[in-house]
Write a protein that binds this ligand. Structure first.
Ligand SMILES: NC(=O)c1ccc[n+]([C@@H]2O[C@H](COP(=O)([O-])OP(=O)(O)OC[C@H]3O[C@@H](n4cnc5c(N)ncnc54)[C@H](O)[C@@H]3O)[C@@H](O)[C@H]2O)c1
Length: 253
């Protein structure tokens, strides 16, 4: 636990979509937030829109080992501690049938989602283990829990993230660190809009397939992340929480 000090939350991919909603949710709860994003200028502009003081923007490509090391160094220099890491940065799948999919795009996606989650967790855990406390929340997906045609690298990365959530949770369970994931269904963000534009998803079909009959708003995912990172979830670790309007629970067409 964090004896009355202002808590610090680092959100990768925090300049947009679910990441930005998560940044806002943590800031509104009094956290000092580090927005880590490929687009540093966008992250910097977001800081001005936040409640509270002392928030930080850092440019990073989460698939780069040296940039992630610099991110953690910058975070600790600016904030002195790290209580929460949200591994959110991500990109969408290449818009092609499997037999036309390129290996470079496959590797790039795995690099950002899977390697990025590994690298950022590894570096953050060094600080959290030294403190004896911390919470990591990863972004999984319905695509990591069930098969979605053509979502090869994406589904594999998200299934890998679910596996890594469990292995790291068990490794650090007695060290004060908790590691959990959320598995959203379709969320109304730029990433999802891109999939609609590419013809990779059909909105009307998704709404029919989702028991709640609609996409999620980014803040609905952010609130689940906030819960998993909070003391209210003090006995929750290694969990992958579906936040999908019932999508994964449903067996109907
Ligand atoms: N939108 C959905 O329907 C949905 C569903 C399930 C899971 N997710 C997951 O949620 C996360 C966020 O998705 P979103 O829809 O908000 O996406 P988004 O495209 O709206 O935002 C992604 C953010 O990540 C940043 N980013 C991309 N590559 C990066 C890199 N290499 N290093 C650092 N930052 C990088 C982008 O600049 C952007 O700010 C992703 O991990 C995604 O897979 C999204």
């Amino acid at each position: 636990m964090n004896e009355g000090r202002q808590r610090v939350a680092l959100v990768t991919g925090g300049a947009n979509g679910i990441g930005w909603a998560t940044v806002c949710a943590f800031a509104s709860q009094g956290y000092r937030v580090v927005i880590a994003d490929l687009h540093r200028e966008a992250a910097r502009q977001r800081i001005a829109q936040l409640d509270g003081e002392g928030h930080v923007a850092i440019g990073v490509d989460v698939s780069s080992e040296s940039e992630v090391a610099a991110l953690l160094q910058g975070t600790l220099e600016a904030c002195g501690r790290l209580d929460v890491l949200v591994n959110n940065a991500g990109i969408g799948e290449q818009a092609k049938p499997t037999i036309e999919q390129g290996v470079n795009a496959f590797d790039a996606l795995i690099g950002i989602h899977l390697r990025g989650t590994f690298l950022t967790s590894r570096e953050a855990a060094k600080a959290m283990l030294a403190q004896g406390s911390g919470a990591i929340v990863n972004l999984c997906s319905i695509a990591g829990l069930a098969g979605i045609p053509q979502r090869n690298a994406y589904g594999a990365a998200k299934a890998g993230i679910a596996a890594m959530t469990r292995s790291m949770a068990c490794e650090w369970a007695r060290d004060g660190l908790r590691v959990n994931a959320v598995a959203p269904g379709y969320v109304a963000t730029e990433l999802a809009q891109g999939l609609v534009k590419n013809g990779q998803i059909d909105l009307a079909r998704i709404e029919r397939r989702t028991p709640m009959g609609r996409l999620a708003q980014p803040d609905e995912i952010a609130q689940a992340i906030l819960f998993l990172a909070s003391d209210a979830a003090s006995y929750v670790t290694g969990a992958v929480l579906s936040v999908d309007g019932g999508w994964h629970a449903s067996g109907s067409a």
